[in-house]
Design a protein around this ligand. Structure first.
Ligand code: DAK
Length: 261
């Protein structure tokens, strides 16, 4: 897998994915999106990875959006192709059966904010900034912003942010629930790794099934959603990790031998 714009590192049960175009503030061009797709495919197949951290190279930006230089001269057909590619990759990330934490150091604008929203959890540095400035560029958010932002922060705030193109700071992003946590820049990666490790120490199969139930349940009515919950809950009882987790409790053992199966 030859990668120029995305880095993939693995450390124990944690994978770290870095969008690596710092000179363009990690803007997402087609090549980067295709590489991200390859990386997600790799992670889908790797049963030893229990949690993923997604970040941007350098301190200035997580991702400053889709690549405006590339997009500027697209015709309708190319625009459509770009849209299909981006949406495919973001959806694949959202559906990855492992938790993904976005570690956001600086700008998360447009497609960058949208990328962070396709992750499960967002941790931001105090210097991070968020926004959907697309309307100022004559376009609508195109990588899920019109849909995921409202689901995360509510309809009114999402409309305000998208209609005004306002850029908000980390503390405001935290206040409206767009990010889970704000930490000093120098602690960002440690914090993300600590959370990833905490998650990785739970039964991976239970974390995965929880993600599936939550994501699917958000799209349907509550009765259907609760039937998904019952389904995954039942599935847990066919796993080694459920037997191990409950046996450890009964034996008053804090060490657990979870095996992701
Ligand atoms: N695209 C390409 N290059 C970018 C970029 C971007 N989004 N953002 C920054 N860069 C480049 C700059 O051009 C500059 O390159 P050089 O001039 O050095 O070659 C370099 O990164 C450093 O940026 P600045 O010199 O501008 O740095 P400043 O500190 O002065 O400003 C900034 C930082 C983040 C405020 C500024 O760079 C900025 O406003 N960037 C653009 C932010 C933005 O508007 N982002 C939203 C992009 S629109 C679609 C799907 C999705 C989308 C669209 C369509 N379809 C489904 C079709 C998504 C759209 C977007 O994300």
């Amino acid at each position: 897998m030859e990668l120029n714009n995305v880095l993939l590192e693995k450390e124990g049960n944690i994978a770290m994915v870095t969008i690596n175009r710092p000179k363009a503030l990690n803007a997402l061009n087609s090549e980067t999106l295709k590489e991200l797709d390859l990386v997600i495919a790799n992670l889908e197949e790797d049963d030893s990875i229990y949690a993923v951290i997604l970040t941007g190279a350098g301190e200035k930006a997580f991702v400053a959006g889709a690549d405006i230089t590339e997009m500027k001269d697209l015709n309708a057909i190319q625009g459509r192709k770009f849209s299909i590619l981006g949406n495919k990759v973001f959806r694949r990330l959202e559906n990855l059966e492992k938790p993904v934490i976005a570690a956001i150091s600086g700008f998360a604008l447009g497609g960058g904010c949208e990328l962070s929203m396709a992750c499960d959890i967002r941790i931001a540095s105090e210097k991070a900034k968020f926004g959907q400035p697309e309307t100022g560029l004559g376009i609508t958010p195109g990588f899920g912003g019109t849909q995921r932002l409202a689901r995360i922060v509510g309809l009114g705030k999402a409309k305000e942010l998208i209609y005004t193109g306002a850029i908000i700071k980390a503390d405001e992003a935290y206040r409206i629930g767009l990010v889970n946590k704000v930490v000093p820049l120098e602690e960002l990666m440690n914090e993300a790794k600590a959370m990833a490790n905490t998650i990785a120490n739970q039964a991976p199969v239970a974390v995965t099934l929880s993600k599936i139930a939550i994501n699917r349940g958000m799209q349907v009515d509550i009765d259907t959603a609760l039937s998904y919950e019952a389904e995954v809950f039942g599935e847990c009882f066919s796993t080694h990790d459920q037997k191990e987790g409950m046996t450890a409790f009964v034996e008053k053992r804090s060490e657990k031998n979870f095996q992701n199966k």
